[in-house]
Design a protein around this ligand. Structure first.
Ligand code: ADP
Length: 267
């Protein structure tokens, strides 16, 4: 009886995930149409009022695009249709690129953004670079959004290394911490953070954009990469989001693999 109920619930969950995935996919086409034509309109002669209205259309369409992309991501993960990549990449360069990407946003908000990477963190690791970037961009992006003054620090350490059985590679647990000096999160809201669509304060003042799906996606991605995510926070003082992932590396390997998408000059 219990078993049948559990199977039915799981099947319903899967059906819901698949429905969401198809829906979000179908929604992409019209939203791309709206964004594309809004861009074309931007280059035509417009008066100030029309330009203001066009900006509203673009802002709303971009917010909808972000929401669709997050729903698609989460539904793929929840429907079990998600696989973690494992290929070599230069970890430090990846972290630098994420910081470079977000640096202008931090500067614009008058905030500092620094990274401290422990020397024992391996140069080249095998893992899912794009998903790691996604988690970091979400956490650092949130830190910028919810910080008024001060700054954001990313620290990276290795927690544990072990030799993989029958292999010369080693498995290592990387620990990341994203700290900010922002508004913080009340203790009674901490448990809600990693639930879908949860936003601590949805009032106009604190609602600084976002879908409320970033942290649940980050949590699922960490779990798929053999790690976990947690948070410590003091209202008015700031927050630190910790997460871990497992990667492997070849001791002594410092040679950078080709950057993704970089065409080989000699080919
Ligand atoms: P989003 O940022 O898109 O709203 P998230 O799932 O990434 O969604 O975050 C959920 C909520 O958690 C945010 O709306 C915010 O209330 C809170 N939050 C996340 N990161 C921070 C932070 N660094 N400082 C304060 N609050 C945060």
């Amino acid at each position: 009886m219990l078993r049948a109920a559990k199977d039915a619930a799981e099947a319903a969950d899967r059906a819901k995930g698949e429905f969401l995935a198809i829906m979000s996919h179908e929604l992409r086409t019209p939203i791309n149409g709206v964004l594309g034509f809004a861009r074309l309109l931007r280059d035509s002669p417009l008066n100030d009022e029309q330009r203001g209205n066009l900006e509203m259309i673009e802002d709303s369409a971009q917010a909808l695009e972000a929401l669709i992309s997050d729903i698609l991501d989460l539904s793929k993960i929840e429907a079990g249709k998600f696989e973690v990549e494992s290929s070599p990449f230069a970890l430090r360069r990846c972290l630098e690129q994420v910081c470079q990407l977000l640096q202008p946003r931090a500067r614009e908000a008058g905030l500092t953004l620094e990274a401290r990477i422990a020397t024992e963190v391996p140069a080249i690791v095998n893992g899912d670079q794009l998903r790691l970037r996604q988690i970091l961009q979400n956490l650092i992006g949130n830190a910028i959004k919810f910080t008024e003054r001060g700054g954001i620090t990313l620290t990276v350490d290795c927690v544990r290394t072990e030799t993989l059985p029958g292999d010369t590679r080693r498995a290592v647990r990387l620990q990341f911490a994203v700290s900010d000096t922002g508004i913080g999160i009340p203790p009674d809201k901490l448990a809600l953070l990693f639930k879908p669509f949860s936003q601590v304060d949805t009032s106009a003042r604190r609602r600084r954009g976002g879908t409320g799906l970033g942290l649940i996606i980050a949590k699922r991605l960490c779990e798929h990469m053999g790690g976990a995510i947690s948070v410590e926070s003091r209202p008015g003082e700031g927050s630190t989001f910790y997460f871990t992932i497992m990667v492997s590396y070849q001791p002594g390997d410092t040679k950078e693999p080709f950057a993704e998408g970089t065409p080989s000059e000699t080919a």
